[in-house]
Ligand binder design. Structure first.
Ligand SMILES: *Cc1c(COP(=O)(O)O)cnc(C)c1O
Length: 371
């Protein structure tokens, strides 16, 4: 017996592969390309995304946490994986066992890797993080850098193979551009004394497109891999995720009817309304209720009333023939109309990243162009 899913996020794996190929082609040839697949591949599925990115030319992967790296290793992925978050006593052992590259930014973190590596009889690769203005993790000056380097020099089970920083405003306005250039200068100054063999990397997606001259030895592509470049670019990138639900019920509402909690919506003319099988517990932001639309039969239908936990309502008065069972496109294309993650984000004052990542556990995920 087949069961219809309430709503589904469908991932085009060829699009991910093609995006990676396009990014690869746009980056200076000496630079490696790392695919950032943290947060379950920005909601696209970490393992499938990683495999598609590797087919497209990714030479390294990055995740936020050791647990995410282990998931990739268990799926048989063997290329280097960098854990972007600072190494911690809670997961250093697993990180070492699964041969993940761990991030250090203090001598204590280096010693932690050393003790673990010593106990396991295994050398741990680490990248040193430099804070050039993000204010998150990283050494902040020459003295702190030298303490980490000295600690690593004393630790036979720790090998520094990379050094990196993160830009906080590479997609910003003129001030952001100036600040990014300052961050880059600081990064060069703090890393110039390191051996050539240590990989230097600093570019996120925005910087990949805006500052190809900052590519150094590797770039880290996140959001652009998923088709949402944060700045205008000539690199051809396509969104890889669509999100669809179903019309469960259609009704005629006489003038003066209320729809949904709090009675925030009341029609002054008769309206035909469709109920849709998606709500905020599926990851559709409740705050999209005021300005949002969905697509039904190639037309835009305005969301009316508050979005509920499992359902929402849309005005289909001007769309002919809407019936229970119709497909509802929450994100993607229907006829000549389309809604992308940027537009959904604009209804609720967030960014495409958060819309892509918001998928909840019960949402079905389908892949196409699967290898
Ligand atoms: C998430 C992340 C990235 C990717 O950023 P995008 O803007 O998605 O390209 C790169 N580097 C670090 C350190 C990150 O945390």
């Amino acid at each position: 017996m087949s069961v219809i899913q309430r709503n589904t996020r469908t991932i085009d794996l060829s699009a991910i592969e093609n995006n990676m190929r396009a990014i690869r082609a746009s980056v200076p040839p000496q630079a490696k390309v790392l695919a950032v697949v943290k947060a379950d591949g920005y909601g696209h599925g970490a393992v499938e995304t990683a495999r598609a990115a590797i087919r497209g030319g990714a030479e390294m992967l990055a995740v936020a946490a050791v647990s995410e790296g282990i998931q990739l290793r268990k799926a048989g992925i063997e290329i280097p994986i960098l854990v972007l978050g600072a190494v911690s006593p809670f997961d250093v052992q697993a990180g070492t066992e699964y041969s993940l590259i761990q991030t250090v930014c203090s001598p204590e973190m280096v010693y932690l890797c050393e003790e673990t590596g010593d106990a396991l009889g295994k050398q741990t690769e680490v990248h040193m993080k430099i804070d050039t203005g993000m204010g998150r993790i990283g050494v902040r000056n020459e003295e702190e850098r030298d303490l980490v380097l000295k600690a690593a020099g004393d630790c036979p089970h720790v090998k520094i193979t990379g050094v990196f920083t993160h830009f906080s405003d590479a997609d910003g306005n003129e001030d952001g551009i100036a600040f990014t250039k300052e961050q880059y200068k600081k990064f060069l100054k703090l890393t110039e004394s390191l051996p050539e063999t240590v990989l230097r990397h600093c570019c996120n997606s925005a910087a990949i497109h805006r500052f190809p001259e900052m590519a150094l030895d590797m770039v880290r592509a996140g959001i652009s891999l998923y088709g949402y470049p944060p700045v205008p670019t000539e690199t051809e990138l396509k969104p890889c995720m669509t999100w669809t639900a179903t019309v469960s019920y259609v009704k005629e509402l006489p003038a003066g009817s209320f729809v949904s909690y709090g009675r925030t919506y009341q029609n002054d003319k008769p309206v035909r309304a469709a109920t849709v099988t998606c709500g905020y517990a599926d990851g559709y932001f409740r705050s999209c209720g005021k300005e949002g639309y969905v697509l039904i039969r190639g037309k835009r239908a305005k969301i009316i009333g508050r979005i509920c936990m499992d359902q929402m309502m849309a005005d289909v008065t001007d769309i002919d023939g809407v019936a229970a069972g119709d497909e509802v496109v929450l994100m993607g294309q229907s006829g000549n109309e389309s809604i992308d993650a940027e537009e959904i984000a604009s209804w609720t004052g967030t960014i495409s990243y958060e819309i892509l990542c918001s998928s909840a556990g019960r949402v079905d995920r389908q892949y196409f162009n699967h290898h």
